[in-house]
Ligand binder design. Structure first.
Ligand code: NDP
Ligand code: 2IT
Length: 452
């Protein structure tokens, strides 16, 4: 990377020096910093007040041991994390990820992204993230519960509805949020609904929270498509992953008249020319907690592509839109070139940082509509914000009302990104729009709060 601004360059070198080996965190910082020369030209006060340096340093990082006992009676040890990144706009807010790949640098990258994403929603939310290297795959309900209880036994010291409000992410859904909240309630003797979001609907959850990230991703993409006179109606779509975000992205694409011809998991992809059967996908992945290959085996005309990512399906079918909804760095430069050669019109990041920097450069260079994760997938945390509003007012909204609020927030984020890109001389560049709009909101609050 050649930096165009000296303040940005020296700050980035400092991030590399102070956070050795945390490559995902470096990547997330680099992607935001790439847009900041434009901001510093207009606002030298951000540089003078060391905002770049401050914003890269989490306010607090908590790393802890999580001991638990498996079904055979063996003691297991995992590592737990909570990175409280920035509270200039509100209490720390962001999910928990349970996946064997989770390291401190993973949580820092996710927390850093979360700060700007939350700012883009327009809601009063700071940014944080947490998780563990615990692998829920193949674990029984009892094991998952004991792990969650042990994890919360430490975490409860650090969270609260006015302090830090976790939620789900990879490997953490309603089941895990239930076990976590149950333990928090026992430890604190309080029914503090607003301490965690993604709760079940009968115990303080919000309608639409399960759907929110996937639906929001599709709402944002639809707004991008509209700028080119296109829509999801009749579009052919690839979605990576088959978890929470992927499932509801597929559902909303189908509702808008598109066909999702492929999805995936970490073992391979499925090509389903007739369009994904969501009921079967739900049965296989959520009820049976099985693999995408089981889906392919039970669906006529569908084919399992062993060990490849879903972008390879573009070799079999026409594809208009690609929605990476699985994990970081799952779509690289070669995948991006392949999709561009096959005529893809739009790519939007339902996951956090799924496209490598090389892939992003290919899409932007080819004039493909490209929506960055911090804008595209903000509907999840925004609806968590709506869950907090309902908890605080002891209210429960309808599905329709909550979906309308989500749609309105996603429209607002799209407009904010588009207007900011225009203002900074990069019309249509959602990367610049999202980075600059998110950064500016946090930076202004930090300046107003003094040296914090
Ligand atoms: P889930 O755990 O529900 O699903 C994750 C999916 O991604 C699974 O299909 C999983 O496959 C696949 N996956 C995970 N790791 C890998 C890997 N290393 N290689 C290939 N595939 C992988 O998680 P979510 O749907 O909640 O999260 C997906 C993405 O969306 C993440 O990037 C998350 O940070 C982001 N996100 C989530 C939000 C939410 O509200 N849940 C909000 C905003 C962003 P397998 O089953 O084989 O592991
Ligand atoms: O990455 C994300 O935005 C999430 N996993 C959701 C966070 C939240 O607090 O709902």
């Amino acid at each position: 990377m050649t930096w165009r601004n000296e303040t940005v360059r020296t700050n980035f070198e400092e991030v590399l020096r102070r956070n050795p080996g945390e490559t995902e965190f470096h990547q997330a910082v680099e992607e935001v910093f790439d847009s900041l020369d434009l901001v510093l030209d207009k606002h030298p006060e951000y540089g003078d007040q060391s905002i770049l340096e401050r914003i890269c340093e989490p306010e607090r990082q908590i790393v802890f041991r999580v001991p638990w006992v498996d079904d055979e009676g063996k003691v297991r040890i995992n590592r737990g994390f909570r990175v409280q990144f920035n509270s200039a706009l509100g209490p720390y807010k962001g999910g928990l990820r349970f996946h064997p790949s989770v390291l401190l640098g993973t949580v820092k990258f996710l927390g850093f992204e979360q700060v700007f994403k939350n700012a883009l929603t327009g809601l009063p939310l700071g940014g944080g993230k947490g998780g563990s290297d615990f692998d829920p795959k193949g674990r029984t309900d009892g094991e998952v519960m004991r792990f969650c209880q042990s994890f919360m036994t430490e975490l409860h010291h650090h969270i609260g509805e006015y302090t830090d409000v976790p939620a789900g992410d990879i490997g953490v859904g309603t089941r895990e949020v239930g076990y976590l909240f149950g333990q928090y309630k026992r430890l604190t003797h309080r029914y503090e609904s607003g301490v965690i979001t993604g709760k079940g609907i009968t115990w303080g959850g919000s309608p639409m929270r399960p759907e929110a990230t996937g639906y929001g991703t599709v709402f944002f993409t639809e707004h991008m498509l509209t700028t080119r006179g296109r829509s999801f109606d009749g579009a052919r779509v690839l979605v990576s992953g088959s978890g929470n975000v992927a499932h509801f992205a597929i559902e909303k694409v189908q509702q808008l008249g598109g066909t999702v011809v492929g999805c995936s998991d970490s073992s391979g992809a499925v090509y389903d020319p007739a369009g994904i059967d969501l009921e079967l996908l739900h049965q296989v992945k959520q009820v049976e907690r099985g693999r995408i290959s089981d889906y392919a085996g039970r669906r006529a005309d569908a084919r399992f592509l062993d060990g490849v990512n879903v972008w390879q399906v573009a070799g079999e079918a026409e594809v208009d839109v690609a929605l990476p909804c699985a994990t970081q760095n799952e779509l690289d430069g070669a995948d991006a070139k392949f999709l561009v050669d096959r005529g893809v019109l739009a790519v939007a990041e339902g996951a956090n940082m799924p496209c490598t920097p090389e892939a992003v450069a290919v899409f932007r260079g080819a004039d493909v509509l490209f929506g960055p994760g911090k804008a595209v997938n903000a509907g999840g945390v925004a609806t968590s914000g709506l869950e907090m509003q309902q908890n605080a007012s002891r209210d429960a909204w309808t599905h329709e009302h909550t979906e309308a609020r989500l749609a309105e927030i996603m429209h607002g984020i799209h407009e904010r990104c588009a207007a900011t890109a225009e203002e900074y001389g990069r019309p249509g560049d959602y990367v610049v729009g999202a980075n600059v709009a998110g950064f500016s909101r946090v930076a202004d609050a930090m300046l107003a709060l003094g040296v914090v």
